[in-house]
Design a protein around this ligand. Structure first.
Ligand code: IVH
Length: 700
């Protein structure tokens, strides 16, 4: 190789390292990447390839050299020349005021003191030693005087600079800060562990600690840790600024990430306002914080205040209410949800956590209970973060009493006594009681009356629950016979002539509906709004759908001897499966639903009670409908039909309804009190039809 090619390669390698360092800085410190990840990866690979071809040009601070050290059998020790201290804690505003009072008293300072206010990261403390700008070692806090040498692992943390950027840094600089794991990386880590059936980490801090204390740096590298600087240790020569906040700013300029929430505030009121603000933000932050830290900003004042025992007099951690607490599990009960799913619920010794008293927490499902090995009598860790429902994150095995009892899935439903089944390979156990089960009945009635289904105003969760308990409602059909119970309704607490009339009126109004809404209301598993609309348009009327569904069900059972592949081939030819978007699962659900006699009885009952919708010609092969390929826009109110009906009739004829007028719109249908769409149509020269014109269009 000629000297010039080699120096060209060397130059390219240096340029690539410089570029990668710069982009790392933009990404992790400035939080403002200049290039997409893919471009970063490309530069990285180019550097890797050049270094592979020229191993003698590899240096320790190359961005390719983060991982690569071989596993160690144990961690070495590193002595902290300047001890790593801890912080005094405060849990109330009064304690913070007390702290501030002591600070001002010692400083003989009447006015408000300047404080640096910072988030208190929930990870673990680390001390990074830079010599002439190069990262030479990293140590955990340990006992404050001696920590573990985790250099190889810390090198894998992308946001820790291997080399400081810029210039003017002291020959020796110890940067102190927190290594943590973001909530997103924690969730990913646990999701992957759950998939493998491995033990889960209880929280991001444990995950960060566990990841940093790995003997094999490759494991740490796979865990995605992050770093924020919050101070310095030994500095020589000490040319740093004379305020803590300015030191952090300087560290940032040298490439160390510093939280963007670091702020200087005035006096104790400034501190408390900051605490309140961060408490508000806590849930939305991408990482966990367990409080905020106040530090007297001026270093001369810090020196004057000094230390007591292991904590400085110039700093204070103002904690948030803990999001996790230990308590005893008294019992596990099972709740039946809308689909019959049984959810284990923990009944707990009441405990104050996340700012409220918690006595119940979800256990999600039996898989979770088994994986976490939760037993009645155990001491468990309860977590309540923000407004999220409380959950049991784990068991303190060391505190398990001798008599702790395993949790068993009940064989029968606690609500209705029907058999409970848990299909092979599924996490969820279900009650087989269907609408016989009052828990499921309540949920299906609530769904039936809901806005997107039959839209019965005033018939919410609470009323449904009460009417079921009072035995006034059992099936959706009963809703339409409620008027014969008007007298009983009027006697209900808080009810009177008017409220009953209003409810009965809403029920009456709901009778006139559309096939789509009716299908939604039936609550057929997997049949939501889109599928219901597809079915309504395709079949035009309920009978045709019922025929196709029962045909599907019959064929499926008749052909059960065929091989799965052959069976699927035959079923895919049936009408139900010809509808775009209807796959085997939905077809099967429809078949099963319409096959059940109970469901047919409910449907007949509803129709006999007067529930109706406009019948439409089936659009099987919409393409040949009279409105095929046409786009319509509706505006204003039609006297003869609702918006939904109009939409369905258009769709049944193969037309499309859109929300705004464009040159591509074929017709705008204007009812009374039309909106701005009418003007749009006139501007664009789109044909406008009134209701009579629309009726003629529908009639073909
Ligand atoms: S300052 C002399 N600032 O909290 C002051 N610590 O309870 C030493 N921590 O071990 C620490 N965020 O791991 C400081 N902004 C912050 C912090 C912070 C989190 C941790 C740190 C320390 C512990 C003390």
């Amino acid at each position: 190789m000629t000297g010039s090619t080699r120096s060209n390669i060397e130059r390219r390698i240096l340029a690539l390292r410089k570029a990668l360092d710069h982009h790392n800085y933009c990404y992790y410190v400035l939080d403002a990447p200049e290039i997409p990840d893919s471009e970063y990866d490309r530069l990285f690979r180019e550097l890797q390839e050049l270094e592979q071809a020229h191993p003698d040009l590899i240096t320790q601070d190359s961005p390719t050299q983060r991982v690569g050290a071989s596993p160690v059998s144990e961690f070495g020790e590193i002595r902290h020349e300047i001890p790593m201290l801890s912080l005094d804690n405060a849990f109330s505003e009064d304690e913070v005021r007390e702290f501030d009072r002591r600070v001002r008293e010692r400083l003989e300072h009447e006015q408000a003191v300047d404080y640096a206010a910072e988030p208190k990261m929930d990870g673990l403390a680390i001390s990074l030693r830079y010599e002439n700008g190069l990262l030479v070692s990293a140590a955990t806090r340990g006992d404050g005087t001696t920590g573990e040498d985790v250099t190889h692992n810390v090198r894998t943390v992308q946001s820790v600079p291997l080399r400081l950027v810029g210039s003017g840094y002291p020959a020796l600089l110890e940067v102190r800060g927190e290594v943590y794991m973001s909530k997103a990386d924690f969730d990913k880590l646990n999701a992957a562990a759950a998939k493998r059936g491995d033990k889960l980490f209880a929280n991001p801090r444990n995950a960060a600690a566990g990841s940093l204390r790995q003997l094999d740096p490759r494991v740490t590298a796979s865990r995605r840790l992050s770093f924020y600087a919050y101070g310095v240790g030994r500095v020589e020569p000490d040319t740093l600024p004379s305020r803590h906040s300015l030191i952090l700013r300087q560290l940032r300029e040298w490439g160390c990430p510093v939280s963007k929430y670091v702020r200087t505030v005035e006096g104790v009121e400034g501190c408390l306002a900051y605490h309140r603000e961060m408490a508000q933000r806590r849930a939305e932050l991408p990482y966990e914080i367990d409080g905020v830290v106040y530090k007297v900003d001026r270093l001369d004042q810090q020196r004057e205040l000094g230390f007591v025992a292991r904590a400085p007099r110039w700093a204070l951690a103002h904690k948030f209410p803990a999001e996790e607490q230990m308590t005893r599990l008294r019992a596990v009960e099972f709740q039946v949800g809308r689909t019959g799913a049984l959810t284990p619920v923990a009944r707990l010794e009441p405990v104050f956590v996340g700012g409220v008293t918690v006595s119940n927490a979800t256990l999600h499902n039996m898989d979770e209970v088994e994986r976490k090995d939760i037993r009645v009598g155990d001491t468990v860790i309860v977590r309540r973060a923000g407004d999220v429902i409380p959950e049991v994150v784990g068991v303190v095995i060391a505190k398990r009493p001798a008599g702790a009892k395993r949790v068993h899935l009940p064989k029968t439903c606690p609500e209705c006594g029907s058999e409970v089944i848990r299909p092979e390979g599924e996490a969820v156990a279900r009650c087989t009681g269907g609408l016989f089960c009052s828990a499921q009945r309540k949920e299906s009635l609530r769904h039936f009356a809901s806005r997107r289904a039959m839209d019965i105003e005033g018939m919410g969760e609470k009323l449904v629950e009460e009417l079921v308990d009072e035995k006034l409602l059992a099936s959706p059909v009963d809703i339409y016979t409620l008027k014969s119970h008007a007298a009983e309704l009027k006697q209900r607490e808080g009810w009177g002539e008017k409220s009953v009339a209003k409810l009965l009126e809403a029920i009456e109004t709901s009778k006139r509906t559309t096939l789509t809404r009716f299908l939604i209301a039936l609550g057929i598993p997997n049949v939501g709004e889109t599928t219901a609309a597809d079915l309504a348009v395709h079949f035009g009327n309920l009978e045709a759908l019922q025929v196709a569904a029962s045909d599907y069900e019959k064929q499926r059972t008749a052909l059960h001897r065929l091989s799965p592949g052959e069976l699927e081939k035959r079923l895919a030819e049936l009408e139900l499966r010809q509808i775009p978007g209807i796959g085997p699962t939905v077809a099967e659900q429809l078949g099963a639903f319409f096959h059940q006699a109970g469901n047919r009885t409910v449907i007949d009952g509803l129709r006999n009670a007067g529930v109706h919708w406009p019948e439409m010609a089936p659009s099987a092969g919409r393409a040949d409908g009279s409105l095929a390929g046409k786009t319509l826009v509706l505006t204003g109110t039609l006297a003869g039909m609702t918006r939904d009906e109009a939409k369905q009739r258009i769709q049944a004829l193969g037309g499309k309804v859109t929300g705004s007028v464009s040159r591509k719109t074929d017709y705008v249908i204007a009812g009374s009190e039309p909106g701005s769409k009418l003007a749009d149509a006139q501007k664009l020269g789109v044909t406008v039809l009134d209701e009579a014109g629309f009726e003629r269009l529908l009639a073909g």
